[in-house]
Design a binder for this molecule. Structure first.
Ligand code: C2E
Ligand code: CA
Ligand code: CA
Length: 666
């Protein structure tokens, strides 16, 4: 990037200099031509007038000569002949000077003067020195001829003089016309030349621009192909490429390479509550913090969503990898500041080592992912190294899925029921249906061990329908009896069931088939269902409420726990999670939290149910806090339908005060 930028600035600098040079060059050439032409024009008349003057002098010389000849004719004598001779010499000298000072190119030229005047003066000089045809030089005949020859020269000189002036004028105007033309042509040529060069320079600049833009978009495409635009970290393909190289290197040199798989805990909650823009900002900061924890030779990448990876080649030992993982966790647990919001997050990290755990990139990625899930399961905000046992777990998952499918067909499932008590009335207000699996080889399996698998594979959709129908059927039996108010039936519904199409139609069919009254049914759903912004789920919940069915939020407090979210949903009950009840006796903070939740729930017209009540202390504290209902081992463990029936009958025989239908109202 840097070198490209310098190339671009250098090339635009060169083009700028080129433009400047051309402009300066063109201007100075025009100036020079203009100046020279001006000088020539000024010099021309001077030359012409000099020639005129010279011819003029010649004429007066010749006139003087003629005068001298006349004197000699009147009074022939030695002195007068000498003065004629001097006149001739003077003219000859003058002619000589003209020949020397005029060049061939001069306008009139020495040759013209010589051709006309020279022969006449030559004859005059010869005759005066030697005489002619036996006449001595000073004889009247000779003088007569000399006079005639001198008059010839004079006439010729005058004609030449007139000619000179004429020609000079003609040549001057011709010359100035030519000069004008020459100047125009020169300027036009220069103008064309400079235009052409300017166009050329602009073309070069334009080309450079296009080239630059091309380079930039090329660069951008390359960047997009290799980097994640949100965090500016390497993307998946880029990372895989580096991972492959590192694996090859590691195997060849026997050095240790670690792969860290980092997944943010509950990122979805943050994304949903703060919006995607802030979610992206968080990811960006997370990427930066992870990068801060590694060496410059290590590679940090974002695979997508809230998943990050770190490649640590050339490690001295695996301790180093765990130290880096711990540092990353520590960095990520500090608060993030997102547009004034202080946001907390944590991460779970899976670590795998090369060449020990795997020899190809795909295996290593799978291992690290598995180890990350393990870290999540063991309580988040922690890291786990991949172990061979994890692969065994993965195959267990597949086996479990296979077993579950046949379990449904072979009726290995059954229901247990746990009563929910009204604290004030001290009577059973409802009963929660809980699924059990009797595995032919492994014995009784509790739902926590198989529900997550069924949710992941989608089997929960069919399984959930079976549960609903079975629970309604069985409840018809144990609800018989002499009670005035019959306890409600609570059934757990997984979020995955709604996505699988569970709703009004299936519910209505089950109610009709079993004859169970809709207004005695409570569906328990988890918070995550409400946070998910899914129109389909909203509608399904709405139509169930319209049927008279009530809804309870299960495990409240473990997820996002924003009470105002609940306002938008047709919720009737709130089941506060077992973990709060467990700690509330010892933990002042938890007790206060429970109190706050209870008072807020009451304000919103929701009925509070406390789960996992195991001790009398907890019960009393809940009573003080004015919790409406309780459920837990203190009252009863989940039991068979027959036992639930017996519990209800015993309640009647104990002649407890009659319960009224207000049980359900807050
Ligand atoms: P949950 O809905 O929170 O159900 C209450 C769980 O707490 C039950 O465990 C119950 O046995 C346990 N529990 C009740 N009182 C106490 C107590 O005082 N102390 C302690 N330590 N535990 C108590 P279970 O039956 O093992 O069910 C576990 C979870 O499996 C349920 O949690 C529920 O989320 C899920 N589940 C059970 N049956 C179904 C079902 O039919 N459909 C779906 N979707 N989920 C089910
Ligand atoms: Ca439940
Ligand atoms: Ca619960």
């Amino acid at each position: 990037m840097k070198s490209l930028k310098s190339i671009v600035t250098a090339s635009s600098l060169t083009s700028l200099m080129l433009v400047a040079t051309i402009l300066i060059g063109t201007t100075s050439i025009i100036y020079y031509v203009h100046q020279t032409l001006g000088e020539i024009e000024e010099a021309l008349p001077i030359t012409l007038s000099r020639q005129e003057r010279d011819v003029g002098v010649l004429i007066s010389d010749v006139s003087e000569l003629i005068h001298a000849v006349h004197l000699a004719q009147i009074k022939p004598g030695r002195n007068d002949i000498d003065s004629v001779r001097r006149g001739v010499e003077k003219i000859e000298k003058h002619l000589e000077k003209i020949r020397e000072s005029y060049s061939f190119n001069d306008l009139i030229g020495a040759s013209a003067i010589h051709a006309v005047i020279n022969p006449a003066i030559f004859d005059v000089g010869n005759w005066i020195n030697h005489g002619i045809y036996d006449f001595p030089p000073d004889s009247p005949q000779t003088l007569q001829l000399v006079e005639q020859r001198a008059a010839d020269a004079n006439r010729e000189a005058r004609a030449l003089y007139e000619d000179t002036a004429d020609t000079a004028l003609r040549i001057l105007s011709l010359q100035s016309y030519r000069m004008g033309m020459f100047r125009k042509v020169t300027i036009a040529t220069l103008a064309v030349l400079s235009t052409v060069s300017a166009v050329l320079v602009f073309f070069i600049i334009w080309q450079q621009h296009t080239f630059h833009a091309l380079r930039q978009s090329e660069e951008q495409i390359r960047f997009r192909a290799n980097f994640d635009p949100v965090t500016m970290l390497a993307n998946r393909p880029n990372f895989i490429e580096h991972l492959n190289e590192a694996v090859v290197q590691s195997r060849r040199t026997g050095t240790l390479t670690a792969l860290l798989f980092i997944d943010l805990d509950r990122f979805k909650n943050i994304n949903d509550s703060l919006g995607h823009d802030l979610g992206d900002k968080l990811l960006e900061q997370v990427g930066r913090r992870i990068s801060d924890c590694v060496r410059s030779t290590d590679m940090v990448a974002r695979l997508g969503g809230d998943e990050f990876t770190v490649l640590l080649p050339y490690l001295p030992d695996e301790m180093r990898a765990s130290l880096i993982a711990r540092e990353i966790l520590e960095h990520l647990s500090r608060p993030f500041l997102l547009q004034g919001h202080e946001v907390y997050t944590s991460a779970s990290i899976g670590i795998t080592l090369c060449p020990g755990d795997g020899k190809v990139a795909s295996t290593l990625l799978k291992n690290a992912d598995m180890a990350m899930y393990r870290a999540k399961e063991t309580g988040r905000n922690t890291f786990r190294f991949f172990t061979a046992r994890m692969t065994a777990r993965a195959s267990q998952f597949l086996e479990l899925d296979k077993d579950l499918r046949s379990a449904l067909k072979q009726s290995q499932f059954f229901m247990e029921y746990q009563p929910i008590y009204d604290l004030g009335q001290n009577a059973i207000a409802g009963v929660e249906a809980l699924l059990r699996w009797r595995h032919p080889q492994k014995g009784l399996i509790m739902p926590d061990a198989f529900i997550p698998v069924a949710e992941e594979t989608g089997l929960i959709v069919d399984m959930g329908l079976w549960v609903l129908k079975r629970a309604c059927e069985e409840a018809m039996d144990w609800r018989q009896g002499g009670r005035e108010t019959r306890p409600y039936l609570a059934v757990n519904i997984s979020m995955r069931q709604f996505k699988g199409g569970f709703g009004q139609d299936q519910m209505a069919a089950i109610l009709e088939e079993t004859g169970f009254p809709a207004d005695c049914l409570v569906l328990e759903i988890t918070e995550s269902l409400l946070i998910e912004e899914d129109e389909k789920i909203y509608q399904a919940l709405g139509s169930l409420r319209d049927m008279g069915i009530r809804l309870a939020v299960d495990d409240f407090g473990t997820g996002y726990s924003a009470l105002n979210y609940l306002r938008h949903f047709p919720i009737n009950l709130l089941k506060i999670d077992r973990s709060f009840i467990r700690d509330m006796v010892e933990d002042e903070g938890d007790a206060r939290l429970v109190e706050t939740i209870i008072s807020m729930a009451r304000g919103m017209g929701l009925v509070m149910v406390a789960e996992g009540v195991e001790t009398a202390q907890q019960r009393e504290l809940l009573r003080e806090l004015k919790c409406k209902m309780v459920q837990g081992y203190l009252y009863s463990r989940p039991v068979s339908p027959a036992k639930i029936g017996a519990l209800l009958t015993r309640e009647i025989s104990n002649r407890l005060p009659a319960l009224h239908s207000a049980t359900m109202s807050a």
